[in-house]
Design a protein around this ligand. Structure first.
Ligand SMILES: [Zn+2]
Length: 516
């Protein structure tokens, strides 16, 4: 079996064929940091995380770029309303996004470029489009993309060509299909932009980039002209992704994206989630509520990413009960599991034994996920395995190495979805220092980190930080500090393992102390 994915561009499920396997390039549109992201946004991010983790599970090496939109209509309006500069207004929301990301166990992207940090790339891209006469300067001083100069405009969203209003212009970042017109690449600076510190000099006049242009410039900068995968929510198909294709392909003459993936909406109590409808639930609401993130992840994984999902408190409770079942099973399995190669039973596992059940889980999990990321079927495979393996354990006579092998399979498959409760879930940390330059998170000094978690501190986030500190200590050959980090992690119930790929895996051992 090979991975097959529904490509929005062709409206078909296709075999996934990256340009240069085992390398895969993935671009996902990140949050607009004008406010806290709601769980509708995070449904998309979790779907993208499952995609990324499954690609890695399948042996691909993924370079993942997620941008942070820190300049657009909404961020500027919000900054002005708060009487702050753009930088001051967006900074806490960037921090909040990273905290929410860690809480929800989203694997950190390889790069998090911020739009305001990539202005030279954006200016260069616009110059290229102006030279090719695909872009023009309007009488309002802004620069626009001429859609009639790009004959395949509308291919992704299937806008009717007769509905296109070439020559008419739209300057707002968001607009409807009925307003498919020449769209803005660079907006001439207004006094409110200057006031918010959201204006830059360019050869074609002082101003700031349009939202769509930002993603074209940033994806090209980090991933090249043609990407393997580009993902986002369905609300981004038009105009955002349509305009990204137009800008990128008109500039390079090459295909922009090989496969487009779009996640469906999250409804809350049957209404589209939005501030407008007053049903705005943020991830931090759930965290402040003391919710284990695995419950939300299991809830999201129980509906296919291309179907609408209705979020209700009852559904969240049911998912929490499901993760508890998975966690209790893992504890039971781990209690009698030896390390690799331990035990004298040889781990053969007869017909219908635990070993055979684990092999069946691995096969069924891969078959489900290869079929356009059928996470609900993968969840069912995990639940069936729990039921059957519990029966096998009831029967007795299963040795430690067979248990260890089954545990390995269970952890690896459940780890793609990240649906085990915190106390049962392995955490993978890819140390920042080892990543390419351009990462948005500033390193923190190891010295400030080598301390037990503070009262009320999120244990997983603390463990990640300590693993990073340990990796940095090892990098500078400070074995004493590295050992201290390992000791502190063990105290909190984390076993540290270094993987061949240079990542650090934190595995739960025994019962973790309850957070203060
Ligand atoms: Zn984007």
């Amino acid at each position: 079996m090979t991975l097959r994915l529904f490509n929005t561009l062709t409206r078909q499920v296709e075999a996934f064929t990256p340009l240069a396997p085992p390398k895969v390039t993935l671009y996902t549109c990140g949050p607009t940091v004008w406010n806290y992201a709601h769980i509708g946004n995070f449904r998309t991010f979790v779907f993208e995380d499952v995609l990324r983790r499954y690609l890695e599970y399948s042996g691909y090496q993924v370079t993942h770029v997620m941008n942070l939109t820190d300049v657009d209509d909404r961020t500027i309006a919000a900054a002005n309303k708060a009487g702050l500069t753009l930088a001051a207004h967006t900074a806490p929301y960037v921090e909040a996004f990273f905290a929410d990301r860690d809480y929800l166990r989203l694997e950190p992207a390889t790069h998090y470029p911020r739009a305001t940090g990539e202005i030279p790339q954006m200016v260069a891209l616009i110059e290229r489009l102006l030279q090719r006469r695909i872009a023009y300067k309007g009488d309002d001083g802004s620069v626009y993309f001429a859609i009639d100069k790009f004959p395949t405009y509308g291919r992704l969203s299937r806008v009717e060509r007769r509905d296109l209003k070439a020559g008419a212009r739209v300057s707002s970042d968001e607009y409807a299909k009925e307003d498919a017109r020449d769209f803005v690449l660079w907006k001439a600076a207004r006094p409110e932009d200057e006031q918010a510190g959201a204006a830059w000099d360019a050869p074609f006049g002082r101003g700031r980039p349009g939202w769509h242009l930002e993603c074209s410039a940033m994806s090209q900068h980090y991933l090249g002209d043609t990407l393997d995968l580009h993902a986002g929510g369905v609300d981004l198909i038009f105009p955002h992704h349509e305009d990204e294709i137009a800008q990128s392909e008109a500039a390079t003459g090459k295909p922009f994206v090989r496969c487009w993936l779009h996640g469906e909406f999250l409804l809350v109590d049957d209404t589209k989630m939005s501030k407008r409808y007053g049903n705005f639930v943020t991830v931090r609401d759930l965290r402040d509520d003391g919710r284990d993130p695995s419950a939300l992840r299991l809830l999201l994984c129980s509906t296919h990413y291309r179907k609408q999902l209705n979020f209700t408190r009852d559904a969240l409770e049911a998912a929490a009960a499901g993760t508890q079942r998975l966690g209790e099973f893992r504890q039971r399995l781990a209690a009698g599991a030896g390390g690799a190669g331990a035990g004298a039973d040889g781990g053969k596992g007869g017909e219908g034994g635990l070993g055979a059940l684990a092999d069946g889980l691995a096969r069924e999990f891969a078959a489900a996920m290869d079929d356009d990321l059928d996470a609900p079927r993968a969840v069912a495979a995990l639940m069936n395995f729990v039921r059957d393996a519990n029966r096998a354990l009831d029967g007795g006579g299963i040795g430690p190495s067979e248990r260890a092998r089954a545990l390995e399979t269970f952890d690896r498959t459940a780890g793609v979805l990240q649906v085990l409760p915190a106390a049962e879930s392995a955490i993978t940390v890819k140390p920042v220092y080892a990543r390419a330059a351009g990462h948005a998170e500033a390193p923190v000094t190891a010295e400030t980190l080598l301390a037990p978690p503070q009262p009320g501190e999120d244990l997983d986030a603390w463990a990640r930080r300590l693993a990073e500190a340990r990796a940095r200590a090892r990098g500078r050959r400070d074995w004493q500090a590295a050992d201290e980090a390992r000791r502190l992690l063990a105290e909190q119930g984390f076993e540290v393992r270094d993987t061949r790929e240079g990542a650090v895996e934190l595995r739960p051992v025994g019962a973790r102390p309850k957070p203060a």
